[in-house]
Design a protein around this ligand. Structure first.
Ligand SMILES: *[C@@H]1O[C@H](CO)[C@@H](O)[C@H](O)[C@H]1NC(C)=O
Ligand SMILES: *[C@@H]1O[C@H](CO)[C@@H](O)[C@H](O)[C@H]1NC(C)=O
Ligand SMILES: *[C@@H]1O[C@H](CO)[C@@H](O)[C@H](O)[C@H]1NC(C)=O
Ligand SMILES: *[C@@H]1O[C@H](CO)[C@@H](O)[C@H](O)[C@H]1NC(C)=O
Ligand SMILES: *[C@@H]1O[C@H](CO)[C@@H](O)[C@H](O)[C@H]1NC(C)=O
Ligand SMILES: *[C@@H]1O[C@H](CO)[C@@H](O)[C@H](O)[C@H]1NC(C)=O
Ligand SMILES: *[C@@H]1O[C@H](CO)[C@@H](O)[C@H](O)[C@H]1NC(C)=O
Length: 478
């Protein structure tokens, strides 16, 4: 009783005197065409959803009208040192981040025409194109770069693929498979046009794919929409929820939630950047998939709060982590002891969908001390590329290099290649250090790229094969 009261109070009472120091946001993409077809992409509706969510985050954390304005953040003009944004090199997720950022920092003309213009010596005024459009920097994470693991830690990870696949041997799966045969079979008239579908494909084994095809069609296809009832759509969604959640979290098989474990590390890195820079970094954005969110819900024990966390988050859903201090201050706190963290979740982009605070890690408090938060995150996160390579048994080029060089260094540095070994040792050191700081990890990538000449052709072929086999997750935007 006391607990729920205090929880309630901390959620609803206006927090007097608190100061927000930084925010890290993880966003799902908005409405898109079905990912069953290659070349799928965000729709206009989807772009609007991500844009609106970005604009709402602007109203909450950047506008001077907001009591939660981040300390010292530039209100109208984007300042590069204050913001970091990153997405995997996939059009849906890159564009998700772009649309969000367009809402976060819209064209300057609409905000403040005086700062929209630059005046040349000869007196001419220039604005950037599109009414003072703001070109916010977005970092794309290339599929073969070690940095790709932070947002998409389940891709190219054989341990994940195997662990997720064992779901098919579970009693739940077998039972659901049997009990839903007739339910799925009834959708054949709607799906017979799907080029690679046969009647046999209409089972629980394709729960997400079938839900995705029908859900997308029900939103975009007028000839289709009247044929599927809300009740059927709800059933399809519920079944997809159970399959996707099971594949991305099970306490008995940590490898299923590897994507959640690496993204926790990415989030911690971003928040720590705010702390380490004494508040210079103020806002970070990561764009990713629903499966990673489900893994996070499991790993951070949000599922112990409500069954809702077992469900697929809506399009354009966001998780936000605030760094704050409970004091009303105009400067970044000297003492780390006064730093706090709060987690919030917004299910979708509708005006009615609130950004709500939830306690993490099975604890009662919604606001944790920075120190506690870091400890809880580190218990659950995979924080180095090397650890990821080991856990995943991945054959990514960068993993092959790390493992191979590991052995070389471990056995005898002087014997196994002289100058090359020293260089290699340097690379390992650089990778391990830089990987933790995801922001500058790109440097390691560059170094590794140059080392790739040393990787045999066989190794590259093996990597490709594994990537293809890992079709549960590889290269797909959920
Ligand atoms: C915080 O302090 C400023 C002045 O330093 C004051 O204007 C503002 O009302 C205070 N806010 C709260 C919530 O106490
Ligand atoms: C001012 O300089 C810019 C760039 O050299 C040129 O394009 C523009 O025509 C000049 N304006 C005038 C009024 O001369
Ligand atoms: C929807 O139902 C109508 C009437 O039964 C049928 O003619 C049409 O082909 C159906 N469309 C789809 C996409 O299933
Ligand atoms: C709508 O669905 C029908 C039936 O599946 C399909 O034949 C048609 O191509 C779809 N239309 C669009 C615009 O996707
Ligand atoms: C989690 O794993 C256990 C042990 O393999 C299994 O009994 C259980 O059914 C699994 N739960 C889900 C939801 O997959
Ligand atoms: C935060 O960053 C500092 C400086 O880079 C580093 O020394 C520290 O270990 C980091 N802490 C965490 C929790 O990542
Ligand atoms: C988000 O919304 C979906 C669809 O309504 C629902 O299934 C899911 O449980 C919701 N998640 C949370 C955390 O509220």
């Amino acid at each position: 009783m006391l607990l729920s009261l205090s929880l309630f109070a901390s959620l609803l009472m206006p927090v007097t005197g608190e100061t927000i120091l930084g925010v890290t946001v993880y966003s799902r993409h908005g409405d898109r065409s079905s990912k069953h077809y290659s070349g799928y992409g965000l729709t206009n509706l989807g772009l609007q959803q991500n844009f609106r969510v970005g604009a709402d985050y602007r109203d909450l954390y950047i506008s001077s009208d907001s009591s939660k304005q981040i300390l010292g953040i530039s209100e109208d003009k984007f300042v590069a040192s204050q913001l970091y944004a990153s997405a995997p090199d996939q059009s849906v997720l890159l564009n998700t981040a772009t649309a969000f950022l367009q809402g976060l920092y819209p064209p300057l003309d609409g905000l403040d025409t005086s700062i929209a213009s630059q005046t040349l010596n000869n007196g001419s005024d220039y604005k950037s194109p599109l009414n003072g459009y703001q070109y916010v920097t977005l970092h794309g994470e290339e599929e073969e770069s070690p940095d790709t693991i932070w947002i998409k830690g389940d891709d190219s990870c054989p341990s994940y693929t195997e662990a997720a696949a064992t779901f098919e041997h579970s009693v739940e799966y077998q039972e659901t498979m049997a009990s839903t045969r007739d339910f799925y079979a009834q959708f054949w008239p709607m799906l017979e046009d799907v080029y690679d579908y046969t009647r046999d494909d209409l089972t629980y084994a394709n729960a997400y794919d079938i839900f995705d095809l029908i859900n997308v069609a029900s939103i975009h296809n007028a000839s289709f929409a009247p044929n599927v009832t809300d009740e059927q759509l709800f059933q399809l969604r519920t079944l997809a929820n159970s399959a996707e959640f099971a594949e991305n979290f099970n306490v008995t098989q940590p490898a299923r939630s590897i994507g959640g474990q690496t993204v926790l590390s990415a989030i911690l890195t971003q928040l720590n950047e705010t702390v380490a820079s004494q508040g210079k970094r103020k806002f970070s954005l990561l764009a990713g998939s629903y499966d990673t969110m489900l893994a996070v819900f499991g790993v951070t024990e949000l599922i112990s709060l409500s069954h809702d966390f077992y469900g697929l988050p809506e399009y354009a859903s966001t998780m936000a982590f605030e760094i704050l201090t409970e004091e009303n201050t105009t400067s970044f706190p000297e003492d780390e002891e006064s730093l706090r963290v709060r987690f919030l979740f917004r299910n979708g982009s509708d005006a009615g969908a609130p950004l709500t605070a939830f306690p993490l890690f099975g604890r009662d408090e919604v606001v944790l001390s920075w120190r506690d938060f870091v400890a809880e995150m580190q218990k659950r996160a995979v924080t180095s590329v090397e650890d990821w390579c080991k856990v995943c048994r991945s054959t990514q080029d960068f993993c092959s290099l790390l493992t191979r060089d590991d052995e070389a260094v471990g056995v005898d540095t002087s014997k196994s290649g002289g100058a090359i070994s020293n260089a290699v040792a340097g690379v390992i050191g650089a990778v391990v250090t830089l990987a933790v700081v995801g922001v500058i990890g790109g440097v390691a990538w560059f170094v590794l790229r140059r080392k790739r000449a040393a990787v045999s052709r066989d190794m590259q072929t093996a990597t490709l094969n594994v990537a293809e086999k890992g079709s549960l997750s590889s290269g797909s935007t959920r």
